[in-house]
Design a protein around this ligand. Structure first.
Ligand code: ARE
Length: 550
């Protein structure tokens, strides 16, 4: 029956409105439909958008409408089939309006800039390349650099009291770390950012706390008698052995000590077997209250949103509750490593877009997929996320992955990928140092990207800086790039050619990601922006972006 071969429901992400468009999607069993039509007052041919192993997805994009009565006509090998009869209001996601014209800049405070001379450091744990001494006053000092670059939103990795340089082991959620300048420095930073209209999101580490958080310390000391015993996922009391505590308090050199601790058994759940990071018990309503109170507090103190660490390791329902209880204009971004559908729509406004990053790696870095396959991947993600795509946090770089420039090894390739990021749907984000061509350090694995920022201009890659600035400027002034429909024109071999369209504004983007020159055809509407030519030559590893009234 039609019901088995074809599928549509008048709900996300099959029927939705975003900006000036309404989108209607239809899923068909792979290979079944030759062409499909959306039947409203008109008969509109739907575009085949993507395919996966089981299905093909078709889409019609219409001028925005508040209500739609429609059905489908499907041409198959065995004749034409009519499917569905719906009347529905396309859904629209509620997201903070301010996010769309933003370009994020991510900073790991320890590695950016140091300004205060003397700071209390307290107890520290040395890992990786250790503490470099950056602080919040250092960020304030360099806000001119951010403004010059054109970024207008900031994501800071954890700034609260902790013992490591990275700060993912929080001991006090209501105190900005002394090593970063404390609450006072935060107030100053928040004020300076507001003055410059730069939004701020903080890193919320609520999957686990530090071993040294007072709640967990209470459990370590009092065991089953602790009032915080249900804050964590304890397997057995005592949570650590006497041996563990003895090694912990010993004067052994850090490396020996932490290796020793790692080998000693622990009776609690944690983050990836890291003893320092005991996992919170998210089923406990008190833990939920705690999370909500911390998040609200820092929004009141001047933050504009949160990036939620290991969000995929926390039950999605908790994030729905959080979403309901936060102010509507707080941007909530979850760290979700793969398919994020469970965590979007009524939970996070966006997630760190790892599936997009994976597609980018396969096309731009590893050359494993052709432009055609890259497009299919993009369009599949689009069928999964629908309108949420526009509020995803998109990146080429962050503190957990190798620097993109190191991965592609060449500035032209890097800039092609950056051009894609800045002209695609979703909120683009840079990682500090990307703009100057900062390279990774020889640290192991994921910490390699955390090179201290270089402030000596003689070390900067000025081409990368210039092009990055130009791309940010283009992104910020173009509603088409922020809100517009994505229209693929030609994806072939190493060539990506597409349009972004919003109202009467269009941007044409061509990326020649190959070692041979090519030429692209310029659609009529963009010719004035291309000095009248109808073909444009493109060098190897180059891109072009033309903005025009269409
Ligand atoms: C440090 C070292 C590591 C070492 C680890 C254990 O850097 O090389 O393996 O210690 O000894 C923070 C610090 C890290 C630190 C870590 C533990 O930034 O430097 O590691 O704490 O002390 C998974 C998670 C994902 C997580 C990444 C890192 O799913 O949530 O791993 N990302 C967040 C933050 C991190 C942070 C933490 C979580 C902990 O962004 O910076 O680490 O609060 C595949 C898997 C993913 C996996 C990913 C990376 O894609 O599918 O699940 O992500 O690989 O390993």
């Amino acid at each position: 029956s039609a019901g088995d071969d074809f599928y549509h429901e008048p709900a996300l992400a099959y029927l939705y409105s975003f900006a000036d468009r309404t989108h209607v999607l239809l899923r068909t069993v792979k290979g079944k439909a030759i062409s499909t039509y959306l039947i409203t007052d008109e008969r509109i041919e739907m575009r085949k958008k993507a395919s996966d192993e089981l299905f093909d997805y078709f889409e019609a994009v219409l001028p925005r409408t508040e209500e739609l009565s429609y059905g489908f006509e499907i041409e198959t090998g065995e004749g034409t089939i009519e499917y569905g009869n719906f009347t529905a209001e396309p859904r629209e996601l509620q997201v903070p309006r301010w996010i769309f014209n933003r370009v994020f800049y991510q900073i790991m405070p320890d590695r950016f800039e140091r300004d205060m001379i003397k700071k209390p450091r307290g107890r520290i744990i040395e890992t990786g390349l250790g503490h470099h001494g950056g602080d919040l006053a250092g960020i304030v000092k360099r806000l001119g650099h951010l403004e010059g670059l054109g970024v207008n939103a900031l994501y800071l990795t954890p700034i609260f009291e902790s013992m490591t340089y990275h700060g993912y082991d929080i001991v006090d959620y209501f105190k900005v770390a002394g090593k970063f300048g404390g609450n006072e420095a935060f107030g100053e930073l928040a004020r300076e950012l507001k003055r410059r209209d730069i939004k701020l999101i903080l890193d919320g580490v609520f999957h686990h706390t530090s071993f040294f958080h007072s709640y967990f310390q209470d459990v370590v000391k009092k065991g089953g008698e602790s009032r915080y015993r249900d804050f964590y996922r304890i397997l057995k009391f005592p949570v650590v052995s006497k041996d563990f505590l003895r090694v912990l308090d010993s004067n052994e050199p850090p490396e020996r000590k932490y290796k020793g601790l790692k080998e000693l058994h622990q009776n609690y759940e944690n983050f990836f077997s890291v003893w320092l990071m005991p996992r919170l018990n998210h089923d406990n309503p008190q833990v939920r209250e705690f999370i909500v109170s911390v998040m609200k507090h820092w929004l009141e103190e001047g933050a504009d949103g949160w990036r939620l660490d290991v969000a995929h390791g926390v039950p999605p329902e908790l994030w729905r509750e959080v979403r309901e209880r936060m102010p509507e204009d707080a941007y909530l971004v979850g760290e979700v490593m793969d398919d994020a559908r469970l965590w979007l729509f009524d939970k996070f406004h966006g997630t760190m877009n790892y599936p997009l990053y994976e597609a980018i790696l396969r096309f731009f870095v590893r050359g494993e997929i052709s432009a055609e396959e890259f497009l299919n991947w993009l369009e599949l993600l689009s069928t999964y996320y629908g309108p949420a795509e526009y509020s995803m946090y998109n990146f080429l770089d962050n503190h957990d992955v190798e620097r993109f420039l190191d991965l592609v090894g060449d500035e032209r390739r890097y800039l092609c990928a950056l051009a894609f990021l800045m002209t695609y749907k979703g909120i683009p984000a840079l990682f500090y140092g990307d703009e100057i061509g900062l390279r990774g350090i020889g640290a192991s694995g994921m910490e390699s990207s955390r090179t201290p920022m270089k402030w000596g201009k003689e070390t900067w890659n000025t081409k990368i800086l210039r092009v990055t600035k130009a791309l940010i400027r283009l992104r910020r002034k173009s509603k088409a790039l922020q809100l517009g429909e994505f229209r693929p024109l030609e994806f072939k071999g190493g060539l990506l050619l597409y349009e972004r369209v919003y109202q009467n504004e269009g941007v044409l983007v061509g990326i020649n990601y190959s070692d041979v020159p090519t030429a692209i055809q310029i659609p009529e509407a963009y010719r004035p922006a291309a000095d009248g030519v109808s073909f444009l030559k493109m060098k190897p590893w180059s891109f072009v972006a033309l903005a025009s009234t269409i």
